[in-house]
Design a protein around this ligand. Structure first.
Ligand code: SF4
Length: 323
């Protein structure tokens, strides 16, 4: 119907920004242009991400875009520029769900208190890494409380789930409050994967009051020095000491060990060498050890054979008879 212009030149509009978030550009009409080079905003601010769970949101965007291309909306008799939309009543958006508590707990996993060499969150291409937007713990807590409000195990419905890989839920400063509120909604087991770095005595006592709880603990090494180096854990003893405390508190757990080159290389001494010097030197030391052991083994067999031959010669009748 119209061609937007700048000066005398026609312009193809291919994106828009929200007034509340001028940094993020949302693409329009899937058209080519500079907006294509701008990455999607993280989380559900991205239509692409939201569409993964709720394709109807993308449909609403398309309909809104096509409507805005032919009509001007007004408010109080004045034209208004529409630059975004939000969901009106979240209870309309709850979807069928088994209502596992981890659906909520995972939303607290937006940060981590370790820095593992093998972290699965490192190095993923941006298109796959559906990142969580950076927000304060208070903002995240507010969103999680909203999710708990719409978490309805009896009706088997909850809001659509989080995106991307979870980090460490126990690193969230409000995790115990979250778990307490969640316990009021469900009696199901709280099962969580944790690196254990936050499992101090008070936290374990708090968890004991919220049973049933089951933890999958990423221990990786019971040697504090090695755990510290592998996982970037500044207080590696906390997790190691947590295991007997969990046992006394009656909280079942499993221990997870990630197979990693520095760990699987064999006897502790070589694992430590590999940790300290890198896989190549650890492998070299192990190979040298293997080579030396093999040589010593062959040498000992040959010496034993020679000794046996000598002893047999001394005992043979010919030898005794001097011929
Ligand atoms: S504990 Fe998990 S999320 Fe944290 S650094 Fe290690 S692998 Fe990554």
């Amino acid at each position: 119907m119209i061609i937007p212009c700048t000066g005398e030149e026609g312009l193809k509009v291919d994106g828009f920004k929200l007034l509340s978030n001028r940094a993020a550009v949302h693409r329009l009409f899937n058209g080519p242009g500079p907006a294509e080079d701008i990455p999607d905003p993280p989380g559900y601010q991205s239509i692409r991400n939201a569409g993964l769970y709720m394709p109807v949101i993308d449909l609403i965007r398309k309909q809104l875009e096509s409507m805005l291309s032919v009509v001007q909306l007004e408010s109080g008799g004045k034209p208004v520029e529409i630059d975004g939309f939000r969901l009106k009543d979240l209870s309309d958006w709850a979807y069928p769900s088994a209502c596992d508590p981890s659906e909520i707990i995972d939303h607290a996993g937006t940060r981590c208190n370790c820095n593992c060499v093998f972290c699965y969150n490192k190095g993923a291409p941006p298109s796959l890494a559906m990142q969580v937007p950076r927000r304060s713990a208070a903002e995240e807590f507010a969103e999680i409380r909203t999710r708990i409000k719409h978490f309805r195990p009896q009706a088997e419905r909850s809001l659509f789930p989080g995106l991307g890989s979870t980090c460490e839920a126990f690193a969230h400063p409000r995790i115990m409050e979250i778990l307490k509120e969640l316990r009021e909604k469900t009696g199901k087991v709280f099962r969580a994967v944790t690196n254990g770095a936050a499992l101090t005595e008070p936290v374990i006592k708090g968890l004991a009051d919220l049973k049933p709880v089951y933890l999958d603990i990423s221990l990786n090494s019971s040697d504090p020095d090695r755990r510290g180096r592998l996982m970037g854990d500044r207080r590696p003893r906390v997790d190691i000491d947590a295991l007997p405390l969990l046992k006394s508190a009656g909280i079942p757990y499993s221990v997870v060990i990630v197979p990693w080159t520095g760990v699987i290389i064999g006897p502790p001494v070589f694992g430590t060498i590999a940790d300290r010097t890198g896989y190549f030197w650890g492998w070299l030391m192990l190979s040298a050890f293997g080579l030396i052991s093999t040589c010593l083994f062959v040498l000992s067999i040959r010496l034993a054979a020679r000794y046996r031959a000598g002893a047999a010669g001394e005992c043979s009748p010919n030898a005794r008879n001097g011929g």
